[in-house]
Ligand binder design. Structure first.
Ligand code: PCA
Length: 327
């Protein structure tokens, strides 16, 4: 090629390259740490989300999921996304309540105890935490609740008294406090470690969903499931804003659209889990108990005490959240 033609040719190719880059952005793979095992409905939902994103971006953005705390341990995931070590991640929302109590609104005992209330609570909570997360360079993509939390024990529990002295598995500070207030002895244990913690006697009771109970084969180590429906805590998927901005506008839109679909699908999956996983517990020999009035009155009293405390800690932001929730 003559040099002038060659220069022209090169400039043309370059221009094409730049044009296509600005239209489609760079192809990228996002590593995504998540805390729960593959079969957990949250993880199944996220796998679908990743497939939707890959399809909608024409393969421009691939999301590689590292489940069960395999890339980052659960308590490290939010920090890893914040610090940009990974662009996206999932975690249990109320783990952030040590930063601001409003993150833990959904883990307050007996504040929101069914899906309708949980949805209202999320509507009230979302704008407040979106602002707080923005300060950390994070943006929420979607949030999905666990089924209502119930009580797993090795004996019938008829009153709060019956919980005294029991070694209790906890998953966040709020549950730890709840356990302490009912006179139990809490220990933090992540989901993948539940069977081992029961087998070795580190714990002998827990509060969690029918979902986590059935996935952990709770019938191997407890006999009674008391359906106290105490709260519906949520997981959240967040993205690092800097990483998000690196995507082309159309890829950003694809992520937002897939996230909205994942939130909708996730809530539906959660509701189905409540029924199917409670049935699995029963089928495997667990006694499903409707709680006594005495037990519920006692637990709700503890819940009311905790809410008072939460209000103090959550300040004006918390007051605004509760006002929006109660409206
Ligand atoms: N499962 C998770 C969080 C709430 C739930 O239902 C756990 O037990 O840690």
């Amino acid at each position: 090629m003559k040099s002038s033609i060659r220069k022209f040719y090169l400039a043309f190719v370059c221009l094409l390259g730049i044009c296509s880059l600005s239209v489609t952005g760079f192809a990228a793979t996002w590593d995504m740490p998540t805390p729960y095992p593959d079969k957990t409905f949250h993880t199944v939902n996220i796998i679908q989300f990743a497939q939707d994103v890959e399809k909608a971006t024409g393969g421009n953005l691939k999301i590689k999921i590292h489940s069960a705390g395999s890339l980052f341990k659960h308590p490290e995931i939010s920090k890893a996304v914040r610090g940009g070590q990974v662009p996206i991640g999932e975690f249990f929302l109320s783990l952030l309540s040590n930063e601001n109590a409003v993150f833990g609104a959904d883990s307050q005992p007996f504040l929101a105890t069914n899906y309708k209330e949980a949805r209202k609570l999320w509507s009230a909570q979302k704008p407040v935490i979106t602002k707080l997360l923005a300060k950390q360079n994070l943006m929420p993509l979607f949030s999905v609740p666990w089924p209502p939390q119930g009580l797993y024990t090795k004996k019938p529990i008829n009153s709060v008294e019956d919980l005294k002295g029991i070694k209790f598995r906890a998953y966040n500070a709020t549950l730890e406090k709840f356990a302490n207030l009912v006179g139990a002895a809490p220990t933090q244990v992540e989901v993948p470690d539940i069977p081992q913690a029961f087998a070795t006697g580190r714990v002998e009771a827990m509060i969690t969903s029918p979902s986590t109970g059935a996935n952990s084969k709770a019938w191997d180590f407890i006999t009674h499931y008391t359906d106290i429906q105490a709260w519906l805590p949520k997981n959240i998927v967040v993205v690092n804003k800097r990483a998000f901005r690196k995507l082309s506008k159309s890829d950003q839109q694809a992520v937002i659209t897939a996230a909205a679909a994942a939130e909708k699908r996730g809530w539906k999956m959660s509701m189905q889990e409540t029924t199917t996983k409670t049935a699995i517990l029963k089928k495997n020999g667990v006694t499903i108990v409707t709680p006594s009035k005495e037990l519920m009155d006692g637990l709700k009293q503890v819940g009311a005490e905790m809410l008072k405390d939460w209000k103090k800690k959550a300040g004006a932001e918390g007051a605004g959240l509760l006002k929006a929730y109660n409206n």
